[in-house]
Ligand binder design. Structure first.
Ligand code: PLP
Length: 407
C-alpha cells in the first residue's frame, strides 16, 4: 500500500482551492471519503432502497441485510463479542447522550459524582452536565499536566472519592494525546465506576479491542472513519444494555403496544427508534472494509511518520507554540498550535489562501482552552492520505502568515 495508491481513491483530493492543490489537514473534524464509500451509498439508493426490518419483500430484505451486515462489520472492527451489543446512532454525540440519559437517569442521584477530564470534547461534557442538572449529580474534571497528559495521581485521588461513572476520551481532539485507556479502565473498575470511552479520534487511527480494554461503553462516529456523516455507533456490555431503559421512543423499538402497557424490543432495536440511517450504514460498512484493507499497520505507521516529521518542523517556525506532547509515543497526528500575535482564525484564513484546510477555534473543548490559557488554537490533523509534502506546504503557508503580520 502506498500513499499514492490511497490518494487515487479520494476524488476530492484532486481539486483545487484558491488556485492551489487542496492540502486537506482538517481530518480531526471529518475525513474525506474513498470511492468505495461513495459508491456503496450510491449503489444502495440505485439498487436496494427500502425500509428495514418490517418489510417482507425482496428490497426490504436486502436493505435489512445491508444494515445488519454493517453492524456485524462494526462489531468486528471494535472486537465486540456480539453485533447485538452495537447500537447505531447519529454520531458519537448521540451515542454519549444515549448513555448519559439512559444509564445516567436511572443510576445517578443527588451528590453522585461524574468524573470527566479537562481534555473532553463538549460531546462528552454537555450530556453529563444535562443529566447532572436533572438528577442532582456533580461533575468533576480530572486535570491534565503541562505537557497535555492526564494527571494520573489526580485521577487516582478522584476515583478514591467514588464517582459512579468515569467518562473520558481515548485520544484528545486538540492535544492529540493518546490516553492509557486500558489502565484507566482497570483503575476505574477497581473503584467501582462505570467506564464510558469517547473513541471519536481513536477508532480511525489504530485498532481498538473493546473486549480487551474492558470498558463498559465505547462510542465512535462514522464520518471521521472515512465513512458518511449521519451515523455513529456505541458498543456496550450486554447486561448494561438489557438493564437500562431506552432514551427515545417510537417505531422499531417496541415489542408490543397496548393502551395500558408498552414493552421494548430486544437489544439493539430497543435503542434505535424510527427509521435508521440505512444508506449511511452501507457507507460505514464500506469504510470499515476500506480501513481493514489498507490496514491499521499502514495507517498507524504512516500517520506516526507524518507526525514525527511535522512536530520539529512546526517547532522551528519562530513564535509558534505547540500544545500537547512533543513525542510520537503517546500522541496522534492531531497538532494544535498558536502563532504568537496572530489570531487562529487569521492564521487559518491565510493558510486557506494556500489551499491548506485546517481548523481554528476552541474545537468544542472550552474547558481545555481555559486550562491552556487560550481562547482558540489552530489545528492540523492527519489521515492516511496525507503526505510530507503537505506538511511542507503548511510550513510555507505559516511563514507567509508571519510575513503578512510583520512578525
Ligand atoms: N469527541 C471527540 C473527541 C471529537 O473529536 C468529536 C468531533 O469533533 C466528537 C466527540 C463529536 O463527534 P460528532 O460531532 O461526530 O458526534
Amino acid at each position: 500500500m502506498s500513499v499514492t495508491t490511497i490518494r487515487e481513491q479520494f476524488p476530492v483530493l484532486d481539486r483545487e482551492v484558491k488556485g492551489r492543490p487542496l492540502t486537506y489537514l482538517d481530518n480531526g473534524a471529518t475525513s474525506q471519503k474513498p470511492l468505495a464509500v461513495i459508491e456503496a451509498m450510491d449503489a444502495y439508493y440505485r439498487e436496494h432502497n427500502a425500509n428495514v426490518h418490517r418489510g417482507v419483500h425482496q428490497l426490504s430484505e436486502e436493505a435489512t441485510d445491508l444494515y445488519e451486515g454493517a453492524r456485524a462489520k462494526v462489531a468486528g472492527l471494535l472486537g465486540a463479542p456480539s453485533p447485538r451489543e452495537v447500537v447505531f446512532t447519529r454520531n458519537v454525540t448521540a451515542a454519549l447522550n444515549l448513555v448519559a440519559q439512559s444509564w445516567g437517569a436511572a443510576n445517578l442521584g443527588p451528590g453522585d459524582r461524574i468524573l470527566l477530564t479537562e481534555m473532553e470534547h463538549h460531546a462528552n461534557i454537555v450530556p453529563w452536565y444535562m443529566v447532572a442538572q436533572r438528577t442532582g449529580a456533580e461533575l468533576e474534571f480530572a486535570p491534565i499536566d503541562d505537557e497535555g497528559r492526564l494527571d494520573r495521581a489526580a485521577i487516582t485521588e478522584a476515583l478514591a472519592r467514588g464517582p459512579k461513572v468515569f467518562a473520558f476520551t481515548h485520544v484528545s481532539n486538540v492535544l492529540g494525546t493518546k490516553n492509557p485507556v486500558e489502565d484507566l479502565i482497570a483503575e476505574a473498575k477497581a473503584a467501582g465506576a462505570l467506564t464510558v470511552v469517547d473513541g471519536a479520534q481513536s477508532v480511525p487511527k489504530f485498532p481498538v479491542d473493546v473486549a480487551a480494554l474492558g470498558a463498559d461503553f465505547y462510542g465512535f462516529t462514522g464520518h471521521k472513519l472515512y465513512g458518511p456523516t449521519g451515523i455513529g455507533a456505541i458498543w456496550g456490555r450486554r447486561e448494561l444494555w438489557e438493564e437500562i431503559e431506552p432514551f427515545e421512543g417510537g417505531g422499531s423499538m417496541i415489542n408490543k403496544v397496548t393502551p395500558e402497557k408498552i414493552t421494548w424490543a430486544a437489544v439493539p432495536a430497543k435503542f434505535e427508534a424510527g427509521t435508521p440511517p440505512i444508506a449511511e450504514a452501507a457507507g460505514l460498512a464500506a469504510a470499515v472494509d476500506w480501513v481493514q484493507e489498507v490496514g491499521f499497520d499502514f495507517i498507524e505507521r504512516h500517520e506516526r511518520e507524518l507526525t514525527a516529521y511535522a512536530l520539529p518542523r512546526l517547532a522551528e517556525v519562530p513564535g509558534l507554540t505547540i500544545f500537547g506532547p512533543e513525542t510520537t509515543e503517546d500522541r496522534e497526528g492531531i497538532i494544535s498550535f498558536e502563532l504568537d500575535g496572530v489570531h487562529p482564525h487569521d492564521v487559518s484564513e491565510i493558510l486557506d489562501r494556500h489551499g491548506v484546510a485546517v481548523r481554528a477555534g476552541h474545537h468544542c473543548a472550552q474547558i481545555l482552552m481555559r486550562r491552556l490559557g487560550v481562547a482558540a488554537t489552530t489545528r492540523a490533523s492527519f489521515a492516511a492520505y496525507n503526505q510530507t509534502s503537505e506538511v511542507d506546504t503548511l510550513i510555507e503557508a505559516l511563514h507567509d502568515a508571519r510575513r503578512i503580520f510583520g512578525l
